[in-house]
Ligand binder design. Structure first.
Ligand code: URA
Length: 235
């Protein structure tokens, strides 16, 4: 949202006062003096007017969780424990999941309350690579790499999957990198080549790599470099 609209909406200032304050360098956004009324701000922007904080901004939260099997990628569920419930204090954070995992899938799950940021991870147009360690029931056929590279048609969504890269590790294990996150995508891709996924573990999303010090069920806040690595992709 433009700064002028934000200040009019949340600080009740008239257009004239906003322009005067901007002109005199009396508005700061994230500790930086701003003169433009069309400066972009959002719910996490820390705004001060004449040195006084507006105090209506939200604190942004970003976590990585090593998701254990059996935990649901959801906010609430009447039966299963959810990933968000594993984060202490989650009730006041208003978190959502940036790229869900199936209940049996393990590994990197990112939780945040910053919707603009999480969209950059999840929207296919952003092409953020997501890497999975996959174990299959049958041997991974030599054609798998070409089929995945070419893309697979998903009738339900009426889309063809983006080219995906596969690195064979053993006859029944590989690393698979996707640039989108369709429903049950990895399972459906292997099913399309006559194979079946028996275990799936997400290792990374963009430059954010699951911290090997985190045991299943443990989490930590993302550091600034990890947060910025996602912002940098498009800006
Ligand atoms: N693809 C799947 O099939 N399942 C997941 O949990 C993630 C990607």
């Amino acid at each position: 949202m433009f700064l002028e609209r934000y200040l009019s909406k949340y600080a009740g200032l008239s257009r004239k006062s906003i322009l005067r304050l901007l002109h005199h360098g009396q508005i700061q956004v994230n500790e930086q003096t701003v003169h433009s009324r069309s400066f972009e701000v959002n719910a996490f922007s820390n705004i001060s007017i004449e040195g006084k904080p507006l105090n209506i901004h939200k604190t942004a939260h970003y976590f990585m969780l090593n998701k254990p099997a059996g935990i649901l990628s959801a906010t609430k569920d009447p039966i299963h424990k959810t990933a968000i419930e594993l984060i202490e204090g989650n009730e006041s954070f208003d978190l959502h999941i940036a790229g869900r995992l199936d209940r049996a899938t393990t590994g990197l799950l990112i939780l945040t309350n910053d919707g603009k940021w999480s969209k950059k991870i999840t929207e296919p147009v952003e092409k953020i690579p997501k890497t999975y360690f996959v174990e299959t029931a049958q041997a991974i056929s030599p054609q798998t790499a070409q089929v995945f590279e070419k893309g697979i048609y998903f009738k339900y969504e009426d889309i063809t999957t983006r080219p995906a890269n596969i690195e064979i590790m053993t006859t029944t294990t590989c690393k698979l990198t996707l640039y989108e996150g369709r429903y049950h995508q990895v399972k459906r891709m292997f099913s399309a080549v006559g194979n079946r996924v028996i275990s799936l573990h997400r290792e990374s999303m963009g430059d954010i790599v699951l911290d090997e010090n985190l045991s299943p069920g443990e989490y930590r806040a993302l550091n600034q470099t990890e947060i910025d690595s996602i912002k940098r992709k498009r800006e």
